[in-house]
Structure formats: structure tokens, C-alpha cells
Write a protein that binds this ligand. Structure first.
Ligand code: HEC
Ligand SMILES: [Cu+2]
Length: 346
């Protein structure tokens, strides 16, 4: 009987471990610390699944084996006055397991939070209800954005602050997170290792708009990062769009300067287009790229840039949220402006 129970526990544990190890728990590993953290998670799973299975199996077995039979209504089980051996075992085993896992976690934490080298890029992360803003000192000047940009394979330190309540700065693909606490600066550092755009979220319930505190971080090759930051630094001086601006002027302004109010990044920071006088090289040259396209397909490419990736460029670099960061009128003006510019009708 005991052997059968043991066998069931072992088999169920193995199946359970296999299932949970196969589940895709996490997004891409996009930072240097992600693999270590995921390994730690796997270890926790391997240790905890058998405990869960054993406890559950014992409970179910006891309920079944020692249930009340007809005629036993008034009876009680035999009185037991302790078992020193058992008590030592069930105290020692969990103590050892917890101690080992705690040591592992502590060593891992110290390891991944080693003080960053001098000269590490620092990004000031500010949380308010309900948005993050990112302030970075670059060669081109101090740039404050709603979208976070980072160069790939370069360490970065986040100094995290809050202007109101407690938030929590989290990039799931990077794995690390830390509370943003009013009055103090918390921080962590890591190295982004993967090109692309990843979610930035708030991981601390901070009020009614908490669920909307979702932004993005775009990890770029160094030269492209520098180009984007230079573009953003210029853009910082741009004034709000005048009301009633005519369509071509409005389209050009959006192309050259983006929309700082909504966090729409300037197209010109990444793209070259002769009529606009921009010479970004992060994305393809639009004069060449769009020579055969009409307005409808240009619009499609702007709001859904990931449907087709231009050869030689990475997916996820071009922001995919222009449909929400550009008000309809600005998007329409932009499309019309680009259509006319690349076809020499400007
Ligand atoms: C952060 C840099 C960046 C910004 C900002 C950016 N792009 Fe791009 N864009 C790219 C890259 C990289 C590609 C090539 C990869 C791809 O196809 O998504 C691209 C591709 C494109 C394409 C071709 C898309 C396709 O699917 O074939 C068009 C058109 C385009 N961008 C227009 C724009 C316009 C208009 C804006 C401004 C509203 C803009 N881009 C802003 C980087 C950027
Ligand atoms: Cu928040």
C-alpha cells in the first residue's frame, strides 16, 4: 500500500515537473540576467512540485483509507503521543530545503546586482499616475521621453523614482523589477541583450489607471540609438502643433518632430526622406522604399510595421503604436505628406 502510494507520488511528480517546465512562463530573454533568473525559477519548480504532489496525495490517501465505515460512528482513532523521530525529520527536511533555496536566491541576487561599472549609462525612471517617463543624458543633450530607448549590449542603470504613490518599474523581458517609492531612489542595472521592442509595465497597483501604465522599451544597435536620441533631443525644442495648420505643414511637422505630447517618435529620427530634409539611417530610405506605394499602403505600413519587415532591418525597431500615438488628423496629414513627397508631388 505504502509502496503504491510512493509510486504514485513519484510518477505524478515527474509528470508535473515535465508539464510545468514545458509551459512557456516568460517572454523573450532580453537581458543578461534573464537566463539566470529563469534557471532559478526552474529549480524552484523542480523542488516544489513533488512537495505539492506528496502533500496532496497523502491527504487524498488518508481521506480514502481511513474514512468512517458503517458501525464506526462512535469510534475514535488510537491516541498517539508524539514520535520524536518523525518530528525531527519533518522539521529538518523543510529547514534544509528552505535554507538551500534561500542561499541560492541570495547568492544570485548579489551576483546580478553587483555595482555597475563607472561610466554606466544611467536612465532616470519617473513614475506618476499613470505613466512612466524616462530621462537620459546623451551626447546630444538631456532627453526625456515616454518611450524608453536603450543600446544593445551596453550596461544600463535605472534610477527609479515616484512623484506620487508607489509604482513598480518592470520590463518582463528583462526580468528584474523594483518599486518606485516616493521620496527615495531605488535602482537596478542590467544589460539588454536582444534587439526589439518590449513591454514596460507598472507592477504595483497604483490607482484606477494602473492597467494603462504600459509603455515600451526599444533596444537598438548603438549607432541607431545615437541617431534616435539625437533626433529626440532636437525634437525637445519643438512647439505644440498650431491649430488649423494646413495639411502639408502638419504632415511635415509630424514627420520631422513626431508628437512629443503623445510620445510619437519622429519618423525623421530613423528615416531619410529628401523633402523633409531628414537623414536617419535606422530605417530604410523612404524615397527609395515607397516609390511604388500609394497612400493606402503607406498608411498600412506606418500603423502595422511588423507585418512585413524590410530586408536587412530588425523587427520591432519601428514603433508599432502610431495608430494610438498619432491623432487621426495627424496620421492622415502625415500619410498625405509622405505620399506627395516620395512621388515628387510636394
Ligand atoms: C525608431 C526608429 C523608427 C521610427 C521612429 C520610425 N521608423 Fe519606420 N522603420 C524603421 C525600421 C527599422 C524599419 C524597417 C523594419 C520594418 O520593416 O519594420 C522601418 C520601416 C518603415 C516602413 C516600411 C514598412 C514595411 O512594412 O515595409 C515605412 C513606410 C516606415 N518605416 C515609415 C515610417 C514613418 C512614416 C514613421 C513615422 C510615423 C516611422 N517610420 C518611424 C524604423 C523607424
Ligand atoms: Cu503605477
Amino acid at each position: 500500500m505504502v509502496l503504491a502510494l510512493l509510486a504514485i507520488i513519484v510518477v505524478a511528480s515527474l509528470i508535473g515537473i515535465a508539464i510545468v517546465l514545458l509551459l512557456p512562463w516568460f517572454p523573450d530573454q532580453a537581458s543578461n540576467v534573464a537566463p539566470q533568473i529563469d534557471t532559478f525559477w526552474d529549480v524552484l519548480i523542480v523542488v516544489s512540485v513533488p512537495i505539492f504532489v506528496a502533500v496532496t496525495a497523502m491527504i487524498l490517501f488518508s481521506i480514502w483509507r481511513w474514512r468512517q465505515m458503517p458501525g464506526e460512528e462512535g469510534l475514535d482513532g488510537p491516541p498517539i503521543h508524539g514520535s520524536t523521530k518523525l518530528e525531527v525529520i519533518w522539521t529538518a527536511v523543510p529547514t534544509i530545503i528552505i535554507a538551500v533555496l534561500t542561499a541560492y536566491a541570495a547568492i544570485l541576487l548579489v551576483d546580478i546586482q553587483a555595482a555597475p561599472a563607472k561610466g554606466t549609462r544611467v536612465v532616470q525612471v519617473n513614475g506618476i499616475q499613470f505613466a512612466w517617463s524616462f530621462t537620459t543624458k546623451t551626447d546630444a543633450g538631456v532627453v526625456k521621453t515616454d518611450r524608453l530607448y536603450l543600446p544593445v549590449n551596453e550596461p544600463v542603470k535605472f534610477d527609479v523614482r515616484s512623484k506620487d504613490v508607489i509604482h513598480d518599474f518592470w520590463v518582463p523581458a528583462f526580468r528584474l523589477k523594483v518599486d518606485a517609492v516616493p521620496g527615495i531612489t531605488t535602482s537596478y542595472s542590467l544589460t539588454p541583450t536582444k534587439l526589439g521592442t518590449f513591454d514596460v509595465v507598472c507592477a504595483e497597483l497604483c490607482g484606477l489607471g494602473h492597467a494603462y501604465m504600459r509603455q515600451t522599451v526599444t533596444v537598438l544597435p548603438r549607432d541607431r540609438y545615437d541617431a534616435v536620441m539625437a533626433g529626440l533631443a532636437d525634437e525637445a525644442g519643438v512647439k505644440p502643433l498650431p491649430a488649423g495648420a494646413d495639411s502639408a505643414a502638419l504632415g511635415k511637422q509630424v514627420f520631422v518632430a513626431g508628437n512629443p505630447q503623445t510620445g510619437a517618435t519622429a519618423c525623421g529620427a530613423c528615416h531619410t526622406m529628401k523633402a523633409a530634409g531628414t537623414n536617419g539611417v535606422t530605417g530604410p530610405n523612404l524615397d527609395e522604399m515607397l516609390a511604388e506605394d500609394n497612400a493606402a499602403s503607406i498608411k498600412e505600413m506606418i500603423v502595422k510595421p511588423n507585418i512585413e519587415i524590410v530586408k536587412g532591418y530588425s523587427k520591432g525597431v519601428m514603433p508599432a503604436d502610431y495608430a494610438s500615438t498619432l491623432p487621426k488628423a495627424q496620421l492622415a496629414a502625415l500619410v498625405k505628406y509622405i505620399d506627395q513627397s516620395v512621388h515628387g508631388k510636394g
